[in-house]
Design a protein around this ligand. Structure first.
Ligand SMILES: Nc1ncnc2c1ncn2[C@@H]1O[C@H](COP(=O)(O)OP(=O)(O)O)[C@@H](O)[C@H]1O
Ligand SMILES: [Mg+2]
Length: 308
């Protein structure tokens, strides 16, 4: 891969620049050879998911993990995906992150249908445009914090000086300037997740996918992680998509997509969620059915049936 200069991370620590929507793409605006419309201008929606289904098979038994997902995520948005365990959140993340392919439907990142990318382009997208944060941190145990953070930069072709300089600054940014040479096993859970955040930022991604990033952390530490993600979102305009059970997390989101049984029940503002309970989900499901019925009397029987 051709060597490219890593972009500055100054903007992360700069004063907020509005909602960052205009320039929040980071290096993600670099070109792909996949088809991009001639008149393409940075779309308001950095992610568009259309009719995405994912069926897994256990033996010959199908598991309908996603049953036709449609969602648009705006550039610079902090979007929470909320739903009980098994509802399809991680599967959706795998689709958006290009880690797995839909059985049906399309994922557009910056208006590029990622199924059309060749393996090299997909690797570029995953390396440069998306940062991943997982519940279990997924750091490499034999590497130091600094090596974990610089690893994606190696894949992106940065030279050693650049890796070191940027790796140090990212670890300082997440408050771990004093722990750079520690290996994951020598760090607390919260510190490991901060290393993972720094690693996710390694190549200045346009999007961060955080799959239950506070799931393995106690409340207080989880709160710190959320605040850090929120700050990055506000100050650098990076689009954050996070799966969560954590009410602190979804309350800080711009919008919350409520997922149940592989479907999006509704997309609401955090204060519309109400109690984060099964009853709360049922209420949303009923509300959606009622709204669908009002909009589409023909479909009302089918919609009502899903709430039974
Ligand atoms: N590799 C797989 N093979 C078979 N079934 C899977 C696989 N991954 C996930 N599933 C199933 O798909 C559904 C959605 O899972 P997942 O996306 O992990 O949900 P969540 O992240 O919301 O807990 C669940 O029923 C789960 O058991
Ligand atoms: Mg999951």
């Amino acid at each position: 891969m051709a060597k490219e200069t890593l972009p500055s991370i100054e903007k992360v620590t700069d004063e907020p620049t509005g909602n960052g929507a205009a320039d929040g793409g980071g290096n993600g605006t670099a070109t792909l050879s996949a088809p991009i419309p001639e008149d393409y201008a940075a779309s308001e929606n950095i992610v568009r998911v259309r009719g995405v289904k994912r069926i897994y098979y256990i033996g010959s038994n199908p598991v309908h993990a996603l049953r036709g997902i449609d969602i648009d995520i705006r550039r610079g948005e902090f979007m929470a995906i909320m739903g009980p365990s098994g509802s399809g959140k991680s599967t959706l993340f795998n689709m958006v992150g290009g880690l797995d392919k839909p059985t049906e439907g399309t994922v557009f990142i910056d208006e590029v249908d990622i199924a059309q990318l060749d393996p090299g382009e997909l690797a570029w997208l995953r390396c440069r445009k998306i940062g991943y944060i997982f519940q279990t941190f997924n750091l490499i145990p034999v590497m130091t914090a600094l090596e974990n953070v610089t690893l994606p930069m190696i894949f992106a072709g940065a030279d050693l000086d650049e890796q070191m300089e940027r790796g140090r600054r990212l670890l300082e940014l997440v408050g771990l300037g004093h722990r750079m040479m520690n290996k994951p096993g020598e760090l607390s859970g919260g510190q490991q997740q901060r290393v993972a955040i720094a690693r996710a930022l390694a190549n200045d991604p346009a999007i961060i996918l955080a799959d239950e990033p506070t799931g393995n952390l106690d409340q207080e530490v989880g709160e710190e992680i959320i605040q850090m993600l929120k700050r990055l979102n506000k100050e650098s305009g990076v689009t954050i998509i996070t799966a969560t059970h954590d009410d602190k997390m979804y309350k800080r989101a711009d919008r919350v997509a409520v997922v149940l049984d592989g479907e999006i029940l509704d997309i609401v503002s955090p204060d519309e969620i109400g109690d984060h309970t099964v009853d709360g989900f049922k209420t949303l499901k009923e509300r959606k059915a009622a709204r669908d019925a009002a909009e589409d009397p023909e479909g009302s029987v089918a919609a009502a049936a899903t709430t039974m």
